[in-house]
Design a protein around this ligand. Sequence first.
Ligand SMILES: CCCCCCCC/C=C\CCCCCCCC(=O)N[C@@H](COP(=O)(O)O)[C@H](O)/C=C/CCCCCCCCCCCCC
Length: 181
Amino acid sequence: MWAWLSGPFMNSLGSVFSFISKDVVSKIQIIENFLSGENGSHYATIQSMVTYELENDLVDLTKRGSHPESGCRTLLRLHRALHWLELFLERLRTSTEDSKTSVMCSDAYNESLAQHHPWLIRKAVGMAFCALPGRDTFFEVMNAGDHTQVVALLGESLPLIAEVYQITEDLYANNNLLELP
Ligand SMILES: CCCCCCCC/C=C\CCCCCCCC(=O)N[C@@H](COP(=O)(O)O)[C@H](O)/C=C/CCCCCCCCCCCCC
């Protein structure tokens, strides 16, 4: 995932996608830094991270303050991105030759991340989607064989992505963390 996000495919799509990939990579890096830091053992699971940060007042709960890059708020952004990914890949899996990646991408975006982004980002992202390559290119960059094989792989992977998403969603909902600033 890391290599793909910062690799030639994303960079070839233009400046908006470079910005998106840098944003995701920097958020993954924040979590990795916690994991390799002195309190790393508390970051071994999402559950232990949430418990540790909440018990030690390490999360800005209502407005950004002294903990602008807590593990909880950083993971929340990635969690929302994972939802976009799930919705997009499901559309790709069930797409036909006539399907447009720009439409699949923006429909998935509007159902997920868009609700958390300001107007300017939504507009910039919406325009960038129009420049996305076609469906065949997406199948190729997955590097998992022909179309039938990619569709089969997506059929196996998507339930796992959905399960990971739901576990985090439930944990965050139970701890009132779904709207962290
Ligand atoms: C359990 C972790 C799993 C991580 C899974 C990540 C999957 C990533 C896959 C695709 C990339 C989507 C990236 C979306 C990043 C969104 C993070 C975010 O919302 N960041 C915004 C807020 O950050 P803060 O300021 O609060 O720190 C930030 O403002 C970024 C805005 C631009 C977001 C544009 C989203 C566009 C979504 C569609 C991406 C299309 C990628 C095309 C791939 C060919």
